[in-house]
Design a protein around this ligand. Structure first.
Ligand code: PSU
Ligand code: MN
Length: 303
């Protein structure tokens, strides 16, 4: 891997000395949030990981290098360029690397690079999944395949109802991915704490999350684990309002013929437009909340 992977000095030192490290993705910076809140949030998330006693490793492809640990300037660069940066999933890595290009990493690609670097815990906002209407479009995020094969724990706030949550859970079951609810029996739906769907298991402590992940890997089962952490009550949104915005966004995307890798970024941006700044404020808070839980779990994994 030498020559492809590049660790920042802080991440390298932490991994060498057995300190806990938490991976963070970069598509959320370029495509998931508007600039400059995207960059402010990315830096706050890193700070939150540090305050919780772990080392943050924000991941991206820069100049064809798979980077774990970015400088503040690199984070600013990705946020400022925004959607002009290539959104890089698994299929994008070969050409981007060969060309020495840049790419913002999705959940799938962040898992790949985290694993190459030796990082086991990753915090984000929401994952990709099975899109509504996937029975005809076949639009299923590569994030789900990656969870099925790459041994990284992903801490998220569930998945947005822009997806078909029931089919997303079916797909994860098929791939053998444990879906854990942190302190809840119910799958959270990103902006809201409830979705009407059950998770596989409820776990209440970082220690038990660490024990389950350790068992999964020591038994040689491989693959990832999905930890869904509900948004704190005080930041959660009114389900009627958010679901109306989501339905409208999906209708607009169909009318405009949005498809492929543009679908998720379009829906995220449109929901944000339709709900004013409220959904962005919730989005920021749930990412911070996930960063904290991921840091505590990364620490528990070291014990
Ligand atoms: N969902 C969100 N915010 C995001 C994403 C998804 O609520 O920023 C991003 C993540 O990077 C995720 C990607 O991995 O979108 C999934 O894109 P797709 O559905 O095209 O696989
Ligand atoms: Mn897709």
């Amino acid at each position: 891997m030498k020559g492809y992977l590049e660790l920042s000095p802080a991440v390298k030192a932490a991994l060498m000395s057995g300190e806990p490290v938490v991976a963070l993705e970069s598509t959320i910076i370029s495509h998931g949030m508007p600039y400059p809140q995207s960059v402010e949030t990315a830096l706050r998330v890193e700070e939150t990981v540090r305050e919780a006693g772990a080392v943050p490793a924000t991941i991206a492809v820069i100049g064809g290098k798979l980077k774990a640990g970015l400088t503040n300037d690199e984070i600013e660069y990705l946020g400022n360029k925004g959607p002009a940066v290539i959104k890089a999933s698994r299929r994008d890595l070969p050409v981007l690397v060969a060309r020495g290009a840049d790419g913002a990493t999705t959940v799938a690609t962040t898992m790949i690079i985290a694993h190459l670097a030796g990082i086991r815990v990753f915090a984000t906002g929401g994952i990709g999944g099975v899109h509504r209407g996937a029975e005809t479009t076949m639009d299923i995020s590569a994030d789900l395949e990656e969870l099925g094969r790459t041994p990284v724990m992903v801490v998220c706030a569930g998945a947005k109802a822009i997806l078909d949550l029931g089919l997303t859970l079916e797909y994860l079951e098929t791939k053998g991915v444990p879906v854990i609810g942190y302190g809840t029996e119910e799958l959270p739906a990103f902006y809201t704490r409830k979705s009407g769907f059950k998770v596989d298991y409820r776990i209440d402590t970082p220690e038990e999350l660490a024990a389950a992940f350790r068992a999964q890997q020591e038994m040689g089962l491989g693959g990832g684990m999905l930890v869904t952490n509900p948004i704190p009550e005080e930041y959660s949104m009114d389900p009627v309002r958010i679901n109306a915005a989501i339905d409208q966004a999906i209708e607009d995307s169909r009318r405009l013929g949005i498809h492929g890798k543009e679908t998720t970024p379009y829906l995220l941006a449109r929901v944000k437009e339709l709900t004013g700044g409220d959904s962005l404020a919730s989005n920021i808070q749930l990412v911070l909340n996930n960063a904290r839980l991921a840091a505590h779990t990364a620490r528990a994994l070291m014990e």
